[in-house]
Design a protein around this ligand. Structure first.
Ligand code: UDP
Ligand code: MG
Length: 324
């Protein structure tokens, strides 16, 4: 088969301060790519505003090999933005997303490609079978999040699904057509549909460096998931409002009757205070929920780009061609 006739696989690798792990990653990937005879591979590294030597390292990778491309953000926009940017830049017939820290086994890449090539599936994705090596509290919070989101959302969000996956062009284009700003890919993957084959995945620890997800980042991410894929919290707010209005009405009727029939004067300021504080709290909560949706609608309306590029390998190549 001629080189140009081979299908192209684009592998998107979001990188945020990954200088420690990138040399190990590239070494592992080189041996995997070397063994793939029926496909061409391009790796698109997305430097998500790293403050260490990541950007420079990516530039060096590109100067060594043309098919190691990079995009460098002007600041940290988050992994979701990095995945989107990578998908926009990907030229491949198949597009994969993979972490830089080797927690996603590179040997799955040829396997995923073989499965997709047959055409029966549109996507091959990985799902965690265990959570070895993860802090207990994180596993617990994670499991609760999936339970909660699957109750609230119509779109099925696979528990333990990782972002590590390979998709065909059709599915990639479908994902690209969803231009929302508060992106939650685990939900978007489910929303676009398509036939997905699930591969089991056993948790491995990072090859080097530390996790880039703080508790605050994970919390915001979960909130994006729930608010982006369900409007039930809004209904809860309105149903709660109806319920408490009803309750208050019954209480008023009860107090009036008590006063008229039994001439029992209304007393009990403490109980009243409790009720006022309780209702006040419920109202604030409901307003907060509405506020969260409003804030999201606001960011969508502002229509700011999902990411801003500082530099990229394509730009570098163009400049070089101009100089010739
Ligand atoms: N990452 C990113 N931007 C961020 C946080 C993470 O691009 O703001 C990248 C990171 O470099 C890595 C991947 O996303 O390649 C997964 O991050 P990490 O390994 O820290 O997450 P974990 O595996 O602990 O969930
Ligand atoms: Mg990781």
């Amino acid at each position: 088969m001629l080189e140009e006739q081979k299908p192209l696989i684009s592998i998107i690798v979001p990188c945020f301060n990954e200088e420690e792990v990138l040399p190990i990653y590239i070494k592992e990937m080189e041996s995997i790519i070397g063994g793939m005879k029926t496909a061409r591979v391009e790796i698109i590294f997305v430097d998500d505003g790293s403050t260490d030597g990541t950007a420079e390292m990516l530039r060096q990778f590109h100067s060594r090999r043309q098919n190691y491309r990079y995009l460098s953000f002007s600041r940290n926009f988050g992994k979701e933005a990095a995945m989107y940017a990578g998908m926009q830049a990907a030229l491949g017939d198949y597009v994969a997303v993979m972490d830089a820290d080797l927690q996603d086994p590179p040997e799955y890449i040829p396997l995923m490609f073989q499965t997709l090539k047959k055409g029966e599936y549109d996507c091959v994705a990985t799902r965690r079978e265990d959570r070895k090596g993860e802090k207990r509290i994180r596993s617990f919070l994670s499991a609760s999040f999936y339970k909660c989101i699957n109750r609230l959302s119509k779109v099925k969000i696979e528990e333990g699904a990782r972002d590590f996956r390979m998709m065909n062009r059709k599915m990639t284009d479908a994902l690209l057509s969803l231009g929302e700003k508060n992106r939650f890919s685990k939900g978007l993957f489910g929303w676009v549909g398509f036939k997905t084959k699930w591969l089991p995945y056993h948790n491995v620890e990072r090859a080097a460096g530390d996790t880039k997800w703080s508790v605050a980042k994970l919390f915001r991410y979960s909130l994006d998931g729930i608010l982006g894929f369900s409007t039930i919290p809004l209904s809860v707010a309105s149903y709660g409002g109806i319920f408490f209005c009803g309750l208050a009405f019954v209480m008023i009727v009860f107090l009036v009757i008590k006063n008229l029939i039994w001439h029992d004067p209304v007393a009990g300021w403490p109980a009243m205070m409790c009720a006022i504080i309780f209702i006040g709290g419920v109202q604030l909560l409901c307003m907060g929920i509405m506020g969260q949706y409003l804030a999201r609608a606001y960011t969508e309306i502002k229509d700011r780009p999902i990411y801003i590029l500082r530099s990229s390998s394509d730009e570098e190549d163009e400049k070089q061609q101009e100089n010739f």
